[in-house]
Design a protein around this ligand. Structure first.
Ligand SMILES: Cc1cc2nc3c(=O)[nH]c(=O)nc-3n(C[C@H](O)[C@H](O)[C@H](O)COP(=O)(O)O)c2cc1C
Length: 303
């Protein structure tokens, strides 16, 4: 028997595989047994409803895709009233994902979700590249001080496990991770998408209605692996790896680079069973390598 259980803050997961925010709706429950996964991360919500960006919002690119959904969502109350009931069959920990323009927004969202028993942790989306927040037209995750303020506000508002989701669109991601850790985050997750642009040479127009979008999929994996390793070496809280994980081998790469757990995003659009296959693959890899516990692999990269 191999042990796949991991702990992230107060969250006990039976395995380290989660589905990434915005890539996996509850309707996937008709195709796979979601309860095999380690945790379910819901799509990001904001305090008030947002209509998102103009279409087209998705375009396939080499080894990946660009999206510019723009955080379309019905807001906090809609999430509680209409979206959460749809998650009633999910028995694994449900992690809500929240985004705001400043610390006060995050505080209100955290307070609003505190009263919901079904929510076991909060992923703080500081990093959606399709939406500019607060200061100087930057993402919160591009500013150490703003990151610290946002996480501190959530920390004061809730005892739930806090995961700070970081952006790769920065000069030095270690500094932002450190700011999140110092402000009381229980873990960091990285990476969100990289800003990108695709052009239609016939119309001479951008392929996306928003001009730019967030690049995801295998194309970003080497960038994500490097950033996970950098962050892992510089902070003490767990790192959750995200970025182009398509199969168990990709997941193992992230774990070796320091991830305690991983999230599967774009792969869900290609293969809804990807997450479950990855769990089986990690088990198989551990057995093949004579290992008993997935934790033995975290950060075991030989350099
Ligand atoms: C269509 C789409 C929608 C997304 N929506 C969100 C979102 O609402 N909140 C968020 O934090 N990340 C969102 N993401 C980013 C993913 O959660 C993930 O960080 C990113 O896609 C990189 O992982 P991947 O390469 O495995 O997809 C979205 C990604 C895609 C492709």
């Amino acid at each position: 028997m191999v042990n796949l259980a991991v702990t992230i803050g107060k969250l006990k997961l039976k395995n380290p595989v989660m589905v990434a925010s915005g890539t996996f709706g509850p309707e996937y429950g008709e195709l796979i047994n979601i309860n095999f996964l380690g945790a379910y991360i819901a799509k990001t919500i904001t305090l008030k409803a947002r209509s998102g960006n103009p279409p087209p919002r998705l375009v396939e690119t080499p080894s990946g895709m660009l999206n510019s959904i723009g955080l379309e969502n019905g807001g906090l109350e809609d999430f509680i009233k209409n979206k959460l009931p749809k998650l009633k069959n999910i028995k694994i920990p449900i992690i809500a994902s929240i985004a705001g323009i400043d610390a006060d927004d995050f505080r209100k969202l955290a307070l609003g979700l505190n009263r919901i028993k079904k929510i076991k942790a909060l992923e703080i989306n500081l990093s959606c590249p399709n939406v500019k927040h607060g200061k100087r037209d930057l993402l919160i995750a591009q500013d150490e001080e703003a990151t610290h303020e946002a996480i501190q506000a959530v920390r004061k508002a809730t005892g739930l496990t806090i995961i700070a989701k970081l952006s790769p669109n920065v000069t030095d991601i270690k500094k932002i991770a450190k700011a999140a850790e110092c402000a009381g985050a229980d873990a960091v997750s990285l990476i969100n998408t990289l800003v990108g642009l695709a052009v239609d040479i016939d119309t001479k127009k951008p392929m996306l209605g928003n001009v730019t979008g967030g690049l995801s999929g295998p194309a970003i994996r080497p960038v994500a692996l490097h950033m996970v390793r950098e962050v892992y070496k510089n902070i003490k809280i767990p790192v959750i790896g995200i970025g182009g994980i398509m199969n168990y081998k990709d997941a193992i790469e992230f774990i070796l680079c320091g991830a305690s757990a991983i999230q599967v995003g774009t792969a869900n659009f290609v293969n809804p069973k990807a997450g479950i296959e990855i769990i089986d693959g990690i088990k198989w890899y551990l057995i093949k390598n004579g290992m008993k516990n997935v934790k033995e692999l975290t950060g075991a990269l030989k350099t």
